[in-house]
Design a protein. Structure first.
Lengths: 203, 642
């Protein structure tokens, strides 16, 4: 693997080819906030909080660092007025669902995000997909999945699989960034009332 | 039928087909696309067959059930050849007369002809009707001549000649260069140059590559890809095969909405017949080139029109876009180089190969070449599918071809580019249609939807409508799209309900920025367009809603009241009888009044008030005048004096 030099926040960072900007930054101790990233999982690019500003081939644009691969002569700014503005909005949008989650406390302070900006619909789930992806990619059980789409999207345990697999595992519980009990709650609901849990949709 | 082994054999077969066709033999062409099916063309077809049989003309007259002719407003349409007599809005009961009078008697039936509304003259031939006369139908024009279920029909008009030309005398690179030189840009939305996309795939590493037809057309009111695939599936297949040859692909997919059953049926028949003739499959035309095509029915998600979501769905997974920054022509379907173009783009390819890039580039503007098919709908006289050279001004499409706005109403805006497109106002009517021209004006080409709006349309409500559509169709994967649109829709809905507040417009602008900058895919990034373009050109309407609680178009229910002008009401009692909620305080010889408490704002009174009175008014942003006294309501009718 050849080495690539990238400039992150004015600092020369050595990165390996194939690394993402997020990985390169973190390896150099430069923080970038994330909600849906997990080092054991495929990058998901869902929360968009890790957005950064890049200068590449003469143009400046915003990309999400968890997916964008490092390249030669890349200049990255992990903070800028625009980046901060976008992150603030993302946090405010998410906090409408999980206003009191610990994960947002410091972030909200850092970016001046107001948890009361939008009308609250506390579902707790912020659709980071960590539980779903961990179960699929690491445990290969697919006991929990997404159902429906768009603003109706929610996580749901598949009763038939969950009844067999979940009690001895529960590894997804602590992954939940907003409320570990959320996963437990949905799981119990699915097992206790399998008929009432939303049906899986194919698209 | 046996497989054709060489281009020469193909030409022989073509000659044979044409020689058996007498150009002077009467042929009744009936459009049988989905739109005409809806207006009863199947019944007309059955009656035609029955009547021809009954009058003993089966051997002397051909019937050809073709795809869409485009003038859907006037369907079902019959064209009688060789005279090319055009009849519109045919009902089964017209059929015996057509057969007796026109086929046997060679007489034209006046009442079935098109009447030019400008001159009141009857027009016999399609080419003289303003709707057709002002178009340039190089792609869509063949629909009229082909029964989509018959490969012979396609061969008779020169079908598969481009494929033969490519396989017998052009290298893949020459094909690529020709398409690049033609500057064919993707007709599905983005307008990305097809040649560059193909080249990217050709040069990408890997032995297995794919070519894909995007037939997941999902814009409300748009059906050009549907009509092309239904009406001329072989043109799409031929284009796809040529593309596969250029790219080095041996497998192709057609991703088609399962809501398009006729398109699915016709394209499957086309694949089967092309395989039987050796125009698809192994060793095509004896060239050694193999190519197979499979049809994949989509599960009805708008987002699957997005390239990476479509490919994810093709792989059998939930149709969500991928977050990758690598183009799908390099890493696409199953991680392999995959060229995805939409139906119309593929259908242009045989034309470019047959006629050359120079012929193609004579149509269009500097950066947009060829023609574009638009689905012209909304408040427009001639609803239908129109194909015009790129660069045609919007005004020509809407007024010359579309016949303008019905009911004497005033034009207000045209929405182009589908839900993620934008609304363009009257002062931009002279804008030439082209990819860059429309984008610069704050809208986009999209796949070619064109929705015309008149003065009664509220632009805030239009933005709300499209946002609602997009919110419903968002996959929900990324925050700026899922959560941003949820909030945008709430704010817009509030504004149309008179609950808008100071700062709402700014909040919408901030949410728009987040979507544009941070959303994962094209659907999310373009989702604020309906709002941004209406704000750009109709800011006064937003401000009237927010600040004055007034809907200038008098359309938003929560912001209007119905009021009967006492000076004009003649106490005819029509409105009182028709009101479904008993909200009209009527009475004989008493001026009517609307009980605002009971009124549901359905607008019935407004519609039924006789035009000679026009007493019912819509009010917005102003208080309803107080009720008048019983005395003042009494109408003293004068006896008619001479």
């Amino acid at each position: 693997m050849s080495e690539i030099l990238v400039n992150i926040d004015g600092k020369e960072v050595k990165a390996k080819e194939g690394m993402t900007v997020l990985e390169a930054a973190r390896s150099a101790g430069i923080p970038i906030p994330t909600l849906c990233y997990h080092e054991k999982l495929e990058p998901y690019g869902g929360c968009r909080l890790c957005i950064v500003e890049i200068e590449s081939r003469g143009s400046t644009r915003l990309v999400v660092s968890c997916v964008y691969p490092v390249e030669k002569n890349l200049t990255v700014r992990t903070r800028s007025e625009k980046v901060d503005r976008v992150r603030k909005m993302i946090l405010e949008l998410e906090m409408a669902h999980a206003p009191d989650a610990f994960v947002f406390e410091d972030l909200a302070k850092e970016y001046g995000a107001d948890k009361n900006r939008f009308e609250k619909e506390p579902s707790f789930c912020i659709h980071c997909g960590l539980c779903v992806r961990y179960c699929a990619e690491v445990k290969k059980k697919n006991a929990v999945g997404f159902v429906d789409r768009g603003i109706r999207k929610e996580i749901s345990f598949i009763p038939e699989i969950a009844a067999k697999e979940c009690w001895s595992c529960k590894e997804c519980f602590p992954l939940c960034p907003t409320e570990a009990l959320q996963a437990a709650y949905v799981l119990v609901g699915a097992l206790a009332f399998p008929e009432a849990s939303p049906k899986r949709t194919s698209a | 039928m046996s497989r054709i082994q060489s281009p020469a054999e193909l030409e022989e077969l073509r000659k044979d087909i044409i020689s058996k066709r007498d150009p002077n033999k009467p042929c009744i062409t009936l459009c049988s696309g989905s739109a005409c099916h809806a207006s009863g063309s199947r019944e007309v077809a059955a009656k035609l067959e029955e009547e021809i049989e009954k009058q003993g003309l089966s051997a002397e007259v051909d019937i050809r059930k073709t795809g869409c002719h485009g003038f859907c407003e006037r369907g079902p349409i019959i064209v009688i050849r060789p005279e090319e007599i055009c009849y519109f809005q045919i009902k089964p009961e017209d059929v015996p007369e057509i057969v007796t009078e026109t086929i046997k008697g060679k007489k034209v039936i006046d009442r079935l002809l098109y009447t030019d509304p400008a001159t009141n003259e009857k027009i016999i031939h399609e080419t003289e009707i303003p709707f057709y006369k002002n178009q340039g139908r190089i792609v869509f024009g063949s629909n009229v001549n082909v029964d989509p279920k018959s490969i012979d029909d396609y061969l008779a008009i020169g079908g598969y000649a481009a494929l033969a030309k490519v396989l017998s005398g052009m290298t893949p690179d020459q094909v690529l260069q020709e398409v690049k030189k033609a500057n064919l840009r993707g007709r599905g939305g983005g307008g990305f140059p097809a040649g560059a996309k193909w080249e990217g795939s050709r040069n990408a590493p890997g032995d297995i590559k794919y070519v894909i037809v995007n037939a997941d057309e999902g814009d409300p009111g748009a059906y050009m890809d549907r009509s092309l695939l239904e009406g001329n599936p072989h043109a799409v297949l031929e284009g796809l095969t040529i593309g596969a040859y250029a790219v080095g692909a041996h497998e192709g997919y057609i991703y088609v909405r399962q809501e398009y059953p006729l398109a699915v049926e016709n394209v499957n028949i086309a694949i089967k017949t092309a395989e039987e003739l050796g125009l698809l499959g192994k060793n095509i035309l004896g060239s050694g080139f193999d190519f197979v095509v499979k049809v994949h029915k989509g599960a009805g998600a708008f987002v699957c029109g997005e390239s990476t979501a479509l490919m994810t769905a093709l792989e059998g997974r939930a149709g969500e876009p991928r977050p990758k920054y690598i183009r799908s022509n390099v890493v696409g379907l199953w991680g392999r180089p995959s060229v995805l173009n939409n139906v119309e783009t593929w259908a242009n390819v045989p034309l470019i190969i047959n006629n050359g890039a120079d012929w193609f580039t004579q149509y269009g503007t500097e950066t947009s070449k060829g023609t574009k098919i638009f689905s012209l709908v909304g408040k427009i006289t001639n609803t239908g599918l129109v194909e015009v050279p790129m660069g045609t001004p919007l005004r020509d499409i809407i007024f010359k071809i579309g016949g303008g706005i019905p009911g004497g109403k005033k034009f207000k805006a045209v929405q182009t580019g589908g839900p993620s497109g934008g609304c363009l106002p009257e002062h931009l009517l002279d804008l030439p249609v082209g990819f860059d021209e429309l984008t610069k004006a704050g809208s986009m080409m999209g796949s070619g939807g064109m929705i015309v709006m008149d003065e009664d349309t509220c632009m805030v409500d239009v933005a709300r409508y499209f946002l609602e559509f997009l919110t419903d169709e968002s996959c929900g994967k990324c925050v700026p799209c899922r959560e941003g649109m949820r909030q945008m829709l709430k704010v817009l809905t509030n504004i149309t309900k008179g609950k808008g507040k100071e700062g709402d417009i700014e909040l919408l602008e901030q949410l728009s920025e987040t979507a544009i900058e941070a959303a994962l895919c094209a659907l999310g990034k373009s989702s604020p367009n309906p709002f941004l373009s209406t704000l750009q050109y109709f800011r006064d309407e937003y401000e009237a809603h927010v600040k004055e609680k007034r809907c200038p178009a008098l359309s938003c229910k929560e912001l209007i009241s119905f009021y009967i002008d006492p000076e004009k009401c003649n106490a005819c009692t029509t409105c009182a009888r028709k009101c479904p909620s008993d909200a009209i305080i009527g009475g004989k010889n008493l001026v009517h009044m609307v009980d605002q408490e009971k009124c549901t704002k359905c607008g019935t009174c407004f519609e039924v008030c006789p035009p000679k009175f026009r007493a019912v008014k819509k009010l917005s942003g102003e208080p309803v005048p107080p009720r008048i006294s019983e005395e003042a309501r009494t109408i003293t009718r004068k006896s008619k004096e001479k």
